[in-house]
Design a protein around this ligand. Sequence first.
Ligand code: ADE
Length: 345
Amino acid sequence: MNQQVVAMTIEEWFTTHRRKLPWRTRRSAWRSLVSEFMLQQTQVSRVVEKFEPFMERFPDPTSLAAADEQEVLIHWQGLGYYRRARNLKRAAEAIVEQFGGRTPLDVEPLMTLPGIGRYTAGAIASIAGKRRVPIVDANVQRVLARLCEDDDEQASKEALDRAWQRAEQLVEACDKPELLNEGMMELGALVCTPGTPACGRCPLASRCASRRSGRQNSIPPPKTTKPRVEVHHHALVIRNRGRLLVEQRGDEGIWAGLWQVPTIESKRKLAPSQVRQRSGLALRELRRAGSFTHVLSHRQIHVHVFEGDLASGRKTGVTRGQWHAGSKLDQLPASNAFRRVIELA
Ligand code: ADE
């Protein structure tokens, strides 16, 4: 493959075919860093909705570093995977402390920040900093694998190493690293998609080894995915004079630090009597309010919603959590699953 021709073809195609996305209309290192954090595991369409409101509230690392974590989580709502929001805040703190509040634009300092690996550092350094450094994400890896007819499992270390080498060769040969790198991502997102790629619209179709041999639909080979672990969450909606009992999740695991109603988690679905017993609460009554299944990348959570009334008197069993007015629940950082629990009840 002629690296220079391939690189220039992608750069030209990107210039005329790129989507108008909020982080592309005005560039800065900070905007690039925030958008990359948001895009790590969330669809572009969802990030498009959330990006500008977040930037308005946290226009620079200093404002994010100084903010209360709860407020950051509120602004992150809807994006999921809240660990990223926490890492982003820690990255902002490190930028303030170690780099005088200016987001670095080189791979090495970027990689010292929490939540930033080789891909994210390369994306910020090349796209915002115009540095001549490679990037490989899932889109880029697929484009390169098809182009070179590399039919290895994408998850293999060897396949990933080869993708980084190819990306490096291309970025060395290109004219503008920022156009090449974002262009490869865009080509993967819009044309060279998983499953059946749209080769008819691809600027590289005539140079693609997989297309030449007709194997573009089977490269890369399908991922061998582990089945999702199934768990059951029994959510207790307990009201008292217009207020609702809520508690904050611990620092580890899913939805770390977010708020929820008291929840009993188990491998199996529990009978109401077991839920009542494990809750430790003195419940006068426990009614089923409905159930739904919440699917995450590695887990399938069956959420069973109950409504309960506390026994009157002092021994309610409530030892933790807080009573919150129903009308103020919007102000608590919480998962989408929690919002559904409240809707159901
Ligand atoms: N995913 C990660 N970075 C991106 C970008 N800059 N544009 C579109 N999708 C992306």
